[in-house]
Write a protein that binds this ligand. Structure first.
Ligand SMILES: C[S@@+](CC[C@H](N)C(=O)[O-])C[C@H]1O[C@@H](n2cnc3c(N)ncnc32)[C@H](O)[C@@H]1O
Length: 296
């Protein structure tokens, strides 16, 4: 959007110009992203833009919007610029310390809720390993009435975001947060739980060249990468989780179709688990592993 003093811009012109600019910068959802950023700059709902097409935004908001458009065109994800992302129809605050919640992870939430429907315990105890923005723990806390969740992450700044998301959705009394490495983050002597959920890092360093620039240049390495092949953290999680699960409890984690077979083998080769199944994502890719703790 040229900054010529003689030209004024109304909302429709801003959206049209930015959509065209983003399309030429090969941004996929050009119109949607232009609308998200303009709505954020004007502090309104996206839908309201359509009733305000002829309005000319004040200079200050226009300056902020221009700066975001430049940063977006340079590759910064729109969720970090806007400061939030929808997950399971809830709004989550995000910044560059946390992974941007992905739609695939909603399958993990669906499977977790289904599993807890068959439990009669009160409370239902859950651990979320590598909580990041808190999207899994917070969503489960809003959906499962009688649950208590321990959410861990190795990143202290990520946990701060997760805590504010728990407060935002008024479930902070149901979630306790712990910093540290996987399940070592939990206090000694913690009670075993019914369910462990996790969306751990699962990209291999050897796959680096195939990772989208927008992801690898902006999202935290610690949220993305796990050893050379992407399996390192999952292997440790499968081994460690068994001792934190009640008999017939479940471990559910997200992974990549590329390493799915190895992840399933980690479970099958561990006698602490009696059963394993795989859930596909919206694109039909194998995405979620569900392992059942043996009952003896
Ligand atoms: C893929 S992100 C998932 C974040 C969030 N649960 C989600 O689904 O959007 C993985 C998270 O695991 C955390 N993490 C990485 N290594 C860890 C470790 N060894 N122990 C605990 N958390 C770890 C990262 O900081 C990051 O927040």
């Amino acid at each position: 959007m040229p900054e010529t003093p003689e030209q004024t811009w109304n909302i429709k012109q801003l959206l049209d110009w930015t959509t065209d600019f983003f399309s030429k910068s090969t941004i996929g959802n050009a119109r949607l992203e232009a609308e998200v950023l303009l709505a954020e700059a004007l502090d309104c709902q996206r839908i309201e833009l359509y009733t305000r097409f002829d309005e000319q935004p004040p200079a200050e908001q226009l300056t902020e919007f221009r700066a975001w458009v430049k940063r977006r065109a340079a590759g910064e994800p729109v969720a970090y610029l806007a400061g939030h992302r929808e997950f399971y129809s809830l709004r989550f605050q995000v910044d560059s310390n946390v992974l941007i919640p992905r739609p695939e992870t909603e399958h993990l939430v669906v499977a977790a809720v289904e599993f807890t429907k068959n439990l009669e315990s009160d409370p239902i105890r859950i651990i979320d390993v590598g909580t990041g923005s808190g999207c899994i723990a917070v969503t489960l806390a809003t959906l499962i009435e009688n649950c208590k969740i321990a959410a861990t992450d190795i990143s202290e700044p990520a946990l701060e975001i997760a805590k504010s998301n728990a407060a935002l959705h008024a479930v902070d009394s149901k979630i306790h947060f712990f910093t540290g490495d996987l399940l070592d983050a939990l206090p000694q002597g913690s009670s075993p739980v019914h369910l462990i959920v996790s969306n751990p890092p699962y990209i291999g360093q050897l796959e680096l060249s195939t990772v989208d620039d927008q992801v690898k240049n902006h999202e935290p390495d610690i949220a993305l990468f796990s050893g050379d092949h992407g399996t390192e953290i999952i292997q440790r999680l499968v081994n460690d989780a068994a001792q934190f699960l009640l008999p017939d409890g479940a471990l559910m984690f997200e992974t990549s179709p590329i390493i799915m077979d190895r992840c399933v083998d980690f479970v099958r080769n561990n006698p602490a688990y009696s059963d394993v199944r795989v859930i596909k994502d919206y694109s039909g890719h194998d995405r979620i592993v569900v392992a059942t703790r043996s009952s003896n």
